[in-house]
Design a protein around this ligand. Structure first.
Ligand SMILES: [Fe+2]
Length: 412
């Protein structure tokens, strides 16, 4: 009896270990190779599936729960002595396996196996790959019309989110000019990342105030803000930052944005010694105030692990101490100066004004943001929010999986 196939040989009744719809892609062969099953499709694609992985992903027979589609097997209970007795392709094209200890045979959806063979299960699947840029490619953020946002919030944001992941920055234009817009956009994408600055926060520059004495941040003054990333004081700084413009009649104060990824690649190719110093020597970043003491030690350029986004820790107002041998300090400072000069150069940095109704989103760990000094009187009011990488990636995967599925059914 094939447990997962309620209709013998049927295809639609075979459950996959998740809730996605997979194309039915019949197998051409299934061969046991030691503790693996090598499955093949007619076009030559193949997958080598390990026995315990198959055992874990057996739906409804103790591997994956039918209702939750979550795994049930604690690794401590995995039976390393379990053996695949037989593996074959069912008439439907599904994989069928007879286990030595398990009494029933188990069927596996060939479309689900195929998506693993094609790497569509990986963390970088269903999202656009990153494209680095300089000011020659983009002199202002890639821009998407958003006047219809409140009529269809998700669909309005989908192409914008793809550009956020691709270029690290993208702009929405003509959003409703009310102070709730920033949070509505953020919450449409996912959970908002709260910080000690609140779920949303305001950046106000009243140029007549000459220094804004009651402010707790350089952002709320009329001073220039050099290229930086926010909150390097955290183990994981916020992934994306959204800045919504509510009002702006000030002169100057243009936003500046630099693709840190492009600067990192340039340094790696042209200044290996600075790249090495920036990726290995640590600094302590700190942010103190009544009741808070955030601090983290990390390199200026944190490349992370393979497949994870890089993190630039580039905010001089909260960079406290070199966390390195004194002998390394001169080269650490030199490398950091070179990086920051490149980041502020016309070659790498775009410069553009904010207009009421604009929302610029950017990867806070990849893109360095800043602001020119204001040159004449006026008032500018931005509202910001943070949304972590996980939320943006999830939103994009859902949208792009759905788009692929719609395209498939249209073709079919
Ligand atoms: Fe900032």
């Amino acid at each position: 009896m094939a447990i997962a196939a309620e209709t013998p040989g049927g295809s639609l009744s075979i459950l996959s270990p998740d809730f996605y719809d997979y194309d039915w892609t019949p197998l051409s062969s299934a061969t046991i190779v030691d503790d693996f099953v090598l499955v093949r499709w007619p076009d030559g694609v193949e997958l080598k599936a390990y026995k315990l992985w198959l055992r874990e992903n057996a739906v409804g027979v103790g591997g994956v729960d039918r209702a939750t589609r979550e795994g049930l097997l604690d690794p401590a209970d995995l039976d390393a002595t379990e053996r695949i007795k037989a593996a074959r392709v069912a008439t439907s094209g599904a994989l069928e396996i007879d286990w030595e200890h398990e009494k029933a045979s188990v069927s596996y959806h060939p479309g689900w196996l195929r998506h693993v063979a094609e790497g569509k299960h990986r963390a970088d699947a269903w999202v656009p790959s990153q494209q680095s840029w300089t000011a020659a490619e983009w002199s202002a953020p890639p821009t998407h019309e958003a006047a219809g946002f409140d009529a269809d919030r998700v669909r309005t944001l989908e192409p914008w989110v793809d550009d956020l992941l691709r270029y690290g920055i993208a702009r929405l234009r003509n959003l409703p000019v009310d102070l709730g817009t920033c949070l509505r956009v953020a919450e449409t994408v996912g959970a908002v990342r709260d910080t000690n600055f609140g779920r949303t926060w305001d950046v106000k520059a009243d140029i007549e105030m000459a220094g804004a004495a009651d402010t707790n941040s350089t952002a709320n003054t009329n001073l220039r803000l050099g290229p930086h990333t926010d909150l390097p004081t955290r183990e994981t700084p916020p992934g994306f930052q959204f800045l919504f413009c509510y009002a702006n009649d000030a002169q100057g104060g243009y936003s500046t944005m630099t693709d840190g990824l492009a600067v990192v690649r340039y340094l790696e190719a042209n200044h290996a010694e600075h790249f090495e110093a920036l990726t290995t020597l640590h600094w302590v970043f700190f942010n103190r105030g009544p009741g808070i003491d955030h601090r983290w030690s990390g390199p200026f350029i944190d490349l992370g692990v393979a497949g994870a986004p890089l993190t630039l820790r580039a905010f001089y107002p909260v960079r406290g101490f070199p966390d390195m041998d004194p002998v390394d300090m001169p080269r650490a400072y030199e490398a950091m100066s070179v990086f920051s000069r490149l980041a502020a150069s016309d070659e790498f940095q775009m410069r553009y004004p904010f207009e009421p109704g604009d929302l610029v989103g950017f990867d806070n760990r990849r893109i360095l943001h800043g602001r020119d000094a204001f040159t004449a009187g006026g008032y500018r009011h931005l509202r910001g929010a943070y949304v972590d990488h996980d939320e943006i990636y999830s939103f994009a995967r859902v949208a792009n999986r759905r788009a692929a599925s719609v395209a498939h059914y249209r073709q079919g």
